[in-house]
Design a protein around this ligand. Structure first.
Ligand code: CA
Length: 465
C-alpha cells in the first residue's frame, strides 16, 4: 500500500467512525401531544366503536400503551402545569385553573427551558392555559415559537384571538386543523433538529364546534352532542395523522419520541360543562379524583429505542417530562426537585416493577393516593348524585382495589381499616410537603377563558374540506 493510499484509507475509516458516532449521538426530536377533556374510552385502542381514531391507534401500536396512565390533576391547567414542570403542581400552588392575572409561577422552569438549554429548538402550538400575562407567555417560558391561544377554551371557527408569537392573527381554518397545519410547518422548518414541539389541542373541550363534513360521517349517532364530539375527535385524529405523516416523509419517525395523553378525563357529570365523552369502564368525571377524572389514554412511542407493547404499572404525566429530558441527554439536577421518573429503563426491561411507590393527588378537599393495586380516595360528592345538587363537598375516605375493581364500585374501607390508615398516613406525609393553592377553590368549572375572547364563532360551511 502506498503512503498516499494508506493516508486515504485512514481518512476514510476516520470519516466512517465520525459518521457512526454522529448518527448514534443524534438527539431525538420530542413531540408531546395533549388532548383536552377526552373520555378514557373514546379511542380505538381502548375499544371505542363509534369514533374512528386510526392515527391515534397507529401511534399507540408504534409504541407503548399504558393501561394505568394518569395525570396529576382532574383539570386542564393544573395537569399542564405538572407536565411542563415535571412536578406535582400542588407543590407550587397551581392546584386549580388560574384566573385572568394568574398562571404558572415564574419560580418554575418548564421543559422548554430545559430542552432549549440543551440545544433544542422549541415550539408550542395550541392551548397554553398557563397564564395570559406578558411574562407568562410561552415565549417567556422557554419556547422559541408559539401559535395558539393563551386561555383555557376557544372557538374553533373564525377564531379571533389566535396568536402567532405575540401577534393576533385572523385564523380561517377550523382551529384543530390549524394546529395540525402549524405543527407540520414547525417540523418542516426545523427538520434538521433537534426540536421539541408541545402540541396541545383544545379538542375536545367545549365549545362543541365541528365541521359539517365530519359531522356527516356520523349519520347514525342520534345524540347530537355525541355526534359533535365524535366529529371533533375525528378532526384531532386527522391532525395527528398529518403530523405523523410529516415525520415519516421527513425521515424522522424512527428517532422522534412522541407521547400522547388527555389532560384530564371526560367531563360527564352534573356540575361540569359536559361534552359527550365517555369514561367507561371508569367511574367519575373531569373535576373528580375518581379514575374517570385522572386516568387517561397514555402513549409513549420512540421506534428507535422503545419496543412496542403494553405497560401495566401506574405512571403519570410528570414522567413524560423526565423521560423527554432523559431522551435528550439532559442531566436532571436534584435541586430541580422533579417528581417524574424516567420511564425508558422500565420500557426497555432494564428496570422492572413500578416506577413509583405511590402516586398522589390533591384537588381542594378531594384527594387520592394509589399504591400498588389500592387506591384511597375522597371525591366530589356530585359524582354520587344525578342532579348535581351538592350536599357535602367530598365523600368520606373510600378504599378500592383497582386490579379487581377498575370501576371503583366496592368500597373496602370497613373491611380493611389498616390498609386505609396506612395509605392515609402516606398521603399525609406527601401533603405536608405541599403549599396552599395560590388561587381559586376549584368549586366552579372555570375554563380560564381570556377576557373578551369569543367562544362562539360563526360557522362557515365545509370550511375544512
Ligand atoms: Ca381539560
Amino acid at each position: 500500500m502506498t503512503t498516499r493510499l494508506r493516508i486515504f484509507a485512514a481518512a476514510l475509516i476516520f470519516a466512517c467512525l465520525a459518521l457512526t458516532a454522529s448518527v448514534h449521538a443524534a438527539k431525538p426530536n420530542i413531540l408531546l401531544i395533549v388532548g383536552d377533556d377526552m373520555g378514557y374510552s373514546d379511542v380505538g385502542f381502548h375499544g371505542c366503536k363509534d369514533i374512528p381514531t386510526p392515527n391515534l391507534d397507529a401511534l399507540a401500536a408504534s409504541g407503548v400503551r399504558f393501561t394505568n396512565g394518569y395525570v396529576s390533576g382532574p383539570y386542564c391547567s393544573p395537569t399542564r402545569a405538572g407536565l411542563m414542570t415535571g412536578r406535582y403542581q400542588t407543590r407550587f400552588g397551581h392546584e386549580f385553573n388560574p384566573g385572568a392575572n394568574q398562571g404558572l409561577p415564574l419560580t418554575e422552569k418548564t421543559i422548554a427551558d430545559r430542552l432549549k438549554a440543551a440545544g433544542y429548538i422549541t415550539g408550542c402550538v395550541g392551548k397554553w392555559h398557563l397564564g395570559s400575562l406578558p411574562e407568562m407567555h410561552p415565549q417567556k417560558r422557554g419556547f422559541d415559537e408559539f401559535f395558539g391561544f393563551l386561555g383555557g377554551a376557544h372557538s374553533y371557527f373564525d377564531a379571533g384571538g389566535i396568536l402567532r408569537g405575540t401577534e393576533p392573527v385572523k385564523e380561517l381554518d377550523y382551529t384543530t386543523d390549524a394546529f395540525g397545519r402549524e405543527a407540520v410547518s414547525f417540523i418542516e422548518r426545523h427538520k434538521a433538529g433537534p426540536w421539541f414541539l408541545y402540541l396541545a389541542f383544545n379538542a375536545v373541550h367545549t365549545p362543541m364546534h365541528a365541521t359539517d363534513d365530519r359531522l356527516a360521517k356520523f349519520p347514525n349517532v342520534a345524540d347530537k352532542q355525541r355526534r359533535t364530539y365524535n366529529a371533533m375527535m375525528l378532526a384531532m385524529d386527522e391532525a395527528i395523522g398529518r403530523v405523523r405523516k410529516k415525520l415519516a416523509d421527513a425521515g424522522l419517525e424512527q428517532n422522534t419520541l412522541v407521547t400522547f395523553i388527555s389532560d384530564n378525563g371526560g367531563p360527564t357529570m352534573p356540575g361540569v360543562t359536559v361534552n359527550g365523552s365517555r369514561n367507561d369502564p371508569l367511574r367519575g368525571s373531569k373535576r373528580t379524583t375518581l379514575e374517570g377524572g385522572i386516568r387517561v389514554p397514555f402513549v409513549v412511542s420512540w421506534p428507535d429505542r422503545v419496543k412496542p407493547g403494553v405497560f401495566q404499572q401506574p405512571a403519570i404525566q410528570l414522567d413524560l417530562h423526565v423521560t423527554a429530558l432523559a431522551a435528550a441527554g439532559v442531566d436532571v439536577k436534584p435541586e430541580w426537585k422533579l417528581d417524574g421518573v424516567n420511564l425508558l429503563p422500565f420500557l426497555s426491561g432494564e428496570k422492572s416493577g413500578a416506577p413509583h411507590a405511590a402516586l398522589y393527588w390533591r384537588f381542594g378537599e378531594q384527594m387520592a393516593i394509589r399504591a400498588g393495586d389500592y387506591k384511597l380516595v375522597r371525591y366530589d360528592s356530585n359524582a354520587d348524585t344525578r342532579t348535581g345538587a351538592r350536599k357535602q363537598p367530598v365523600t368520606a375516605a373510600k378504599l378500592y382495589n383497582l386490579a379487581a375493581d377498575i370501576g371503583e364500585t366496592k368500597d373496602l374501607a370497613a373491611e380493611q381499616p389498616d390498609k386505609l390508615k396506612k395509605l392515609q398516613a402516606k398521603w399525609d406525609v406527601w401533603n405536608a410537603t405541599l403549599v396552599p393553592p395560590l388561587w381559586g377553590g376549584g368549586k366552579t368549572d372555570s375554563d380560564g377563558r381570556e377576557p373578551g375572547a369569543p367562544t362562539k364563532g360563526k360557522r362557515r360551511k365545509n370550511q375544512s374540506k
